[in-house]
Design a protein around this ligand. Structure first.
Ligand code: NDP
Length: 249
């Protein structure tokens, strides 16, 4: 089935939402560029996509490496540019503020905010020049509501929401669409980034949102929402989409 055309760059494509989105976009006609640090996972995913008839390239990339992000943006520009950006790389090492895990705060700001901005910068001039493109930032329900024990993570996702909406308004004049996708709890590897033991137990243990038997969203649920957003007629810009598991308040 071909709903999409052009090139889609997906950051954080090595697992979870990024990997599921890569598969659905490739299946629906996009040429996908998969980037992340874990290239073995990207290699496996790319083989799966190609076996299913999709077109795919993989690129090792740490989104906190500003120069490397810019270089990949330039490389993709010489290949004809990026039509769709799925700005998805992120991490969530939750802990109480009183613990003072400043290195983890900095890491979240570096990846979830600064990395997202570097990637936007790598594609935006090309999109603006062509007056065509769609930037999909992966925010969170934690960018709408602040949760206890998640101050810095929520701060980064509130920032993603603000950046997305401001850019959406600015980009009207150069024909680029911008969407903030705001998932509730999704069963992915995200909770593995939590290193504070009590928080990890509360979140992944019995009764936690990310407990093995929790009836939360699957990465494919978010990937379908992204496909919906991308397949709207050009006159439509879904500015933000909040998707929770039915059981999440
Ligand atoms: P995963 O942990 O499965 O995926 C995170 C991805 O981010 C991985 O592919 C990882 O790749 C990549 N990543 C992390 N750090 C970097 C870095 N420095 N450079 C490049 N890539 C990096 O979790 P999800 O799929 O759940 O997370 C995807 C996005 O969805 C995140 O932004 C997250 O905040 C958001 N989200 C997730 C929710 C959930 O409940 N799961 C809810 C709301 C939002 P690698 O390690 O190979 O570099």
């Amino acid at each position: 089935m071909t709903i999409l055309s052009g090139r889609a760059w997906i950051t954080g494509a090595s697992s979870g939402i990024g990997a599921a989105t890569a598969k659905i976009l490739a299946k629906n006609g996009a040429k996908v560029v998969l980037s992340a640090r874990r290239t073995e996972q990207l290699e496996l995913l790319s083989q799966e996509i190609e076996r299913a008839g999709g077109q795919c390239v993989i690129k090792a990339l740490d989104v906190t490496d500003r120069e490397a992000v810019a270089q990949l943006g330039d490389e993709l520009e010489t290949m004809g540019g990026v039509d769709i950006l799925i700005n998805n790389a992120g991490l969530m090492p939750l802990s109480p503020m009183l613990e003072g895990r400043v290195d983890e705060w900095e890491r979240m700001i570096d990846v979830n905010i600064k990395g997202l901005l570097y990637v936007i910068h790598a594609v935006l001039p090309g999109m603006a020049k062509r007056k065509h493109g769609h930037i999909v930032n992966i925010g969170s329900v934690a960018g709408r509501f602040a949760f206890k024990g998640a101050a810095v993570y929520c701060g980064t996702k509130f920032a993603v929401r603000a950046i997305s909406d401001s850019l959406r308004r600015e980009a009207i004049e150069y024909g680029v669409r911008v969407t903030d996708i705001e998932p509730g709890a999704v069963a992915t590897e995200l909770a593995d980034s939590i290193k504070h033991e009590a928080t990890k137990e509360a979140v992944t243990g019995q009764g936690g949102f990310y407990a093995p038997d929790a009836n939360i969203l699957q990465a494919e649920d978010i990937a379908s929402a992204i496909l919906y957003v991308l397949s709207q007629p050009d006159r439509v810009n879904v500015g933000e989409l909040l998707i929770r598991p039915r059981i999440q308040e």
